[in-house]
Design a protein around this ligand. Structure first.
Ligand SMILES: [Zn+2]
Length: 442
């Protein structure tokens, strides 16, 4: 066997739905061999005995706000936080950076910012808004992973919602580009005006029916136009069911949920306050537990963070409706999920699939998300004998706070490797790690 750059020896490798003790050989940033007791020589060995070796996480839903709102988050801090949590690549949303990513010029600005400061590989989502139909093709040519649209107000004026006519025209064009549309599915017609200023009023103003109606409508237009569709941050069990039924009928649609819908119900807002505000809001205990069952049953394939941070100031105040809506949490996704999964007898392989493999496959990140020969050497070495809690002092976000503070976590990051290079090790970020733009392959 030829010489390798690195061999990760003796770890419990989470691959293909199982966990087996094998070595992982790496050459030129890619996985060159996976097998027991590799005999090849290597420039460097890492002893992973007793550790789990996961595929590097793929977080397709983050808002790093760079350029433009870098007081909320930056690509440097966001990518470092992800690396600390076992992630090796991310796809950044077209908002809340400024300018929003709805033109090729805005894409170029974000690309420049990411090339300068991301320690992880990255993809870029383009936006679909009412006035940029003429820009979709050039965004696709630049290499966006796909497009994102809102069916209700997004929370920022620069990124307006699409009505049915714009969605239909956008989906036609996105289908022609062989790309994918992501939608924030809440039907504005089913949202209620505030009846007060508390968290209960907020939850009541955004009922689950709004999600179901929007999913139904988006699926109908996808079916009509032949556009690939993905529903972001589904908050209810029935929402996932609607997507799964449509998929069984042959419509090319998928869905994700986020850790916060698996961890919390709306009554947790009583103690979380503004840190737990997001849209859609947290739901019932039945929904929370139902989503876990759907994960176990394979009906719910993807969990991504929807990391949407802001300054602490914007999360505090007497009127819940006026607070920034978004959860800061991408650093803790895998460790939070592993803690709760263990109690539900859901194994690490299911978490690896939901946080890496299935995400990469759905969005055409062809070299990402698996520990297998030919894939990028993106690995998370985790010590699952260690439990802990999310602590503010460990968070690497630009603004060090999170809804998850104090929550139990399972697993400790020993090392995060991106294309064979160390991005995070022993509690420290390697700032010399440099990410590359990922383009979709379908
Ligand atoms: Zn989001």
């Amino acid at each position: 066997m030829s010489e390798l750059d690195l061999i990760v020896r003796g770890g419990r490798v989470v691959a293909g739905g199982t966990v087996t003790i094998v070595d992982v050989g790496i050459a030129n940033g890619a996985i060159a061999a996976v097998g027991p007791n590799l005999t090849a020589t290597s420039a460097r060995d890492v002893d992973a005995t007793g550790m789990h070796v996961f595929p590097g996480g793929v977080d397709s839903h983050v808002h790093f706000n760079d350029p433009g709102r870098t007081e909320w988050e930056t690509i440097a801090t966001g990518s470092a936080a992800l690396a600390a949590g076992g992630y090796t690549c991310f796809v950044d949303m077209p908002l809340n950076n400024l300018p929003v990513t709805t033109t090729a010029e805005a894409f170029d600005l974000k690309l420049e910012a990411a090339q300068r400061s991301s320690i992880l590989d990255f993809g870029i989502w383009g936006g679909l808004v009412p006035d940029n139909l003429g820009h979709l093709e050039e965004l696709a040519k630049r290499g966006v992973i796909g497009f994102k649209a809102f069916m209700c107000p997004s929370g920022i004026d620069e990124f307006p919602a699409c009505d049915e006519a714009v969605l239909r025209e956008g989906m036609k064009r996105i289908a022609d580009l062989d790309s994918i549309l992501l939608v924030h599915a809440e039907d504005p017609a089913a949202l209620h005006p505030p009846a007060g200023t508390g968290w209960r009023d907020y939850v009541k103003s955004r009922p689950p029916e709004a999600e179901w109606m929007a999913i139904y409508e988006a699926i109908a237009i996808a079916s009509e136009t032949g556009c690939r569709l993905h529903i972001v941050h589904v908050s209810t069990r029935h929402g996932i069911e609607l997507v799964d039924e449509a998929r069984r009928q042959g419509i090319d649609v998928s869905a994700e949920t986020c850790p916060h819908y698996l961890l919390y119900s709306s009554r947790d807002l009583d103690h979380l306050g503004g840190a737990g505000k997001c849209s859609p809001p947290f739901r019932s205990l039945e929904d929370r537990d139902g989503l876990w069952r759907q994960l176990a049953d394979g009906v719910l394939p993807m969990i991504v963070s929807d990391h949407s941070p802001s300054t602490l100031e914007l999360k505090q105040g007497p009127d819940f409706f006026k607070l920034w809506g978004g959860i800061s949490g991408c650093q803790s996704t895998r460790q939070l999920l592993l803690w709760h999964a263990r109690a539900l007898s859901i194994g690490p392989a299911t978490i690896a699939a939901a946080t890496a493999t299935n995400v990469a496959r759905r969005f055409g990140l062809a070299r990402k998300g698996e520990v297998a020969v030919g894939f990028d050497a993106d690995l998370w070495l985790a010590d699952l004998s260690v439990d802990g809690v999310v602590r503010r002092e460990d968070l690497l976000y630009r603004n060090r706070f999170s809804a998850h503070e104090g929550m139990p976590i399972h697993g400790h990051t020993v090392m995060t490797i991106v294309r064979g290079q160390t991005a995070f090790k022993d509690g420290r970020v390697d700032r010399t790690s440099r990410g590359r733009l990922i383009k979709p392959q379908r």
